[in-house]
Design a protein around this ligand. Structure first.
Ligand code: FPP
Length: 225
């Protein structure tokens, strides 16, 4: 049987370059990037073979960007979650944030909680947004939460993480070939696909092509075929 892309994770890169190429501000690139988030989420929700879509929306390192860009991303996120509440519910999509949310404003946390609670009964796709997320930070938080438990096993650590699901297919847009601290533990046996397409120009057609290719790959998980 071919591989099933049950858990797809995406590093959404290239918003800034997309905007700069058009003489627009970087924030216009993020705005357009949010449209791609909606399109890709809707595509995945319509494909029952995909259980989970994890998207890298804001990393623990993104705070280093200019204040104006960080503030814009926070507002965009809040606006997106508010306006997409109905898309989640109509598409039977469950929203699950991962990352350390304690750094966000009370109003953003409230919207995150609201959409998470409102969609908790949805049984279709799980869309997980990584927010103030870093793979190392996630692992350290998990290790600290297990401190009292004696010797830690792979299973114990794996289930103490924000995201407890291995990735099948990891995609990075924007031309770079790196993980940038995204889901380091969960990517252990992921198939990695890189595309030069900038995130605002990525879409269902290219995702479909990548999935087709992914299905033909032989996955051995360290064993023999
Ligand atoms: C990388 O592009 C993208 C980000 C740091 C943020 C991702 C945000 C979005 C896709 C839009 C908002 C998301 C949601 C969920 C509403 P970059 O700015 O690093 O691009 P560059 O490498 O071309 O500069």
């Amino acid at each position: 049987m071919s591989n099933q892309p049950r858990h797809i994770a995406i590093i959404m890169d290239g918003n800034g370059r997309w905007a700069e190429k058009r003489g627009k501000s970087r924030t216009a690139g993020h705005e357009q990037g949010a449209e791609t988030v909606r399109a890709v989420t809707t595509f995945c929700a319509r494909h029952s073979e995909i259980d989970r879509l994890s998207l890298y929306a804001f990393s623990t390192e993104n705070w280093k960007r200019p204040k104006i860009e960080v503030e814009f991303l926070m507002k965009l996120l809040e606006r997106y979650l508010k306006s997409e509440r109905s898309t989640y519910l109509e598409g039977n999509i469950r929203f699950e944030p991962i990352g350390d949310l304690s750094m966000f404003s009370a109003s953003l946390r409230k919207v995150i909680d609201d959409v998470q609670n409102a969609t908790s009964g949805c049984s279709g796709l799980i869309q997980s947004l990584a927010l103030n997320y870093g793979g190392r930070d996630e692992i350290v938080r998990a290790v600290n939460s297990l401190r009292e438990n004696g010797t830690i096993t792979v299973e114990m650590l794996g289930s103490a993480l924000d995201c407890t699901h291995d990735i099948d297919l990891l995609i990075r847009t924007g031309g770079d070939h790196r993980l940038s601290n995204f889901l380091l533990w969960q990517a252990a046996y992921a198939e990695l696909f890189f595309t030069d397409t900038l995130w605002p120009e990525f879409g269902a057609d290219e995702l479909e092509t990548i999935i087709k290719k992914f299905k033909t790959v032989e996955r051995r998980f360290g064993g023999l075929n």
